[in-house]
Write a protein that binds this ligand. Structure first.
Ligand SMILES: Nc1ncnc2c1ncn2[C@@H]1O[C@H](COP(=O)(O)OP(=O)(O)OP(=O)(O)O)[C@@H](O)[C@H]1O
Ligand SMILES: [Mg+2]
Length: 388
């Protein structure tokens, strides 16, 4: 839910936002210090679901800007916090379309209850929201294949009917979109970060590249200098929104470690560390595994993806497992011709080389991410048969 709070007092603004943030953990809260004169511009520019306005006294002239907003933006719910509430003021407030009038200062309980009522009205409370899983694909050395694998796993998951978002976190020179799509993105993550106060499902929907009906990519900025505009708190807000609207959020990442990438790794449910069975890759993978351990990640949070793997190679899987001390490993074979064709055409591998062994590996990985429906059904069936 997207909420805006307007109050002339910094102290009160902080208190109100702290309570609302607690009860609206997956939403966005924009704070505005000032009076009722701000209401119109907040509604016009941010289009929140709910605006809390504090600092009104029972002056009927103050209701005019409210009427403008309720008439022009009927979807925006307005809740007033007022220290003096004469019956006349209350009646007129309701007449101009105010949803509720709360006392000011308001108690935590009363504010939370009002928020719940608003969520109920907007159909957000208890609505079946998605509970997206965040999967990071980390290239432990340039060219490991993280972007290629992440973008194609995304395509396969979408083909299984899941709603998928891929975020290109290679903020400088990221090219995830071009791997599976041939059009230029209209927006990117830096633009979303710059406009965070406007972040809601519709703004976000307009900022991503729709690769298919249920596969979106949030591109990296075209200008590498803009990468600096994206901060950890921006990523947090984007992920908070994304997990409610997508089944899977894939993060395409490089080996760079900074505040933003650590935030991304912290928020990930699983980290796929993409390597090749060659010494320079393994050396970096080793360093990254140490970083993950020092960040306190559980061993089963990290899975090794050995890309371009060949059984005839000099370094075997058991060597890798022992050296890197990983619990879970998976291999993807090499297939230069098919992969190059897909990338050069800006198409998913499944669209250009259906029988490629590389696609088979990607599909096995995809299936491992889906709930084991067949197994559950078999289990159920055999249980039923046993009962008989
Ligand atoms: N299984 C594979 N078989 C053959 N070629 C592959 C395979 N996987 C990836 N490639 C090739 O490797 C190249 C690098 O892949 P990709 O850009 O995905 O790497 P990356 O890990 O994202 O690199 P960076 O760290 O620079 O972002 C791609 O151009 C692709 O053609
Ligand atoms: Mg990459």
């Amino acid at each position: 839910m997207k909420i805006a709070v307007i109050s002339p007092s910094t102290k009160s603004l902080n208190e109100l936002c702290a309570i609302l943030e607690n009860s609206n953990a997956t939403g966005v809260i924009a704070r505005h210090e000032g009076g009722i004169s701000k209401l119109r511009s907040v509604a016009e520019q941010e289009r929140p679901d709910v605006i809390f306005v504090e600092g009104l006294y029972h002056d009927l002239r103050e209701l005019a800007p409210i009427e403008f907003v309720t008439t022009h933006f009927p979807q925006v719910m307005i809740i007033i916090l007022s220290s003096q509430q004469t019956p006349e003021f209350l009646i007129n407030a309701m007449r101009v379309g105010v949803r509720e009038v709360l006392p000011s200062p308001v108690s935590k309980t009363a504010l939370e209850a009002a928020l719940h009522r608003a969520q109920g009205k907007l159909g957000l409370r208890g609505a079946t929201k998605r509970n997206g899983r965040i999967l990071a694909f980390v290239s432990c050395k340039g060219g490991s294949g993280a972007t290629f694998l992440a973008t194609n796993v995304g395509y396969q998951l979408a083909g299984e009917g899941r709603k998928v978002l891929l975020i290109d976190l290679n903020l400088q020179y990221g090219d995830a979109v071009l791997t599976v799509h041939d059009r230029k993105p209209v927006s990117d993550i830096a633009e979303v970060a710059r406009n965070l106060a406007r972040l809601d499902a519709s703004f976000f929907g307009a900022s991503v590249v729709p690769v298919t009906a249920n596969y979106d990519i949030l591109a990296a900025p075209e200008d590498p200098a803009q990468s600096l505009q994206v901060k950890p708190e921006h990523l947090d807000a984007i992920l908070n929104l994304a997990i409610t609207s997508y089944d899977f959020i894939l993060l395409d990442m490089s080996k760079t470690l900074d505040d933003l990438t650590i935030k991304a790794l912290d928020r990930s449910n699983t980290i796929f560390l993409v390597v090749q069975a060659m010494l320079p890759y393994i050396r970096n993978a080793d360093r990254m595994m140490n970083v993950f351990r020092s960040l306190g990640y559980a061993a089963d949070k990290v899975e090794l993806l050995v890309n371009r793997f060949s059984r005839n190679g000099e370094i075997g899987l058991e060597d890798l497992r022992a050296h890197l001390r990983v619990n879970s490993m998976r291999t993807i074979p090499a297939g230069y011709k098919d992969v190059a064709r897909a990338i050069n055409q800006g198409m998913p591998l499944a669209a250009v080389a259906k029988s490629s062994p590389v696609l088979k590996g990607i599909d096995e990985l995809t299936q491992s991410l889906l709930p084991k429906i067949e197994q559950v059904q078999t289990g159920l069936l055999s249980r039923l048969l046993n009962i008989r």
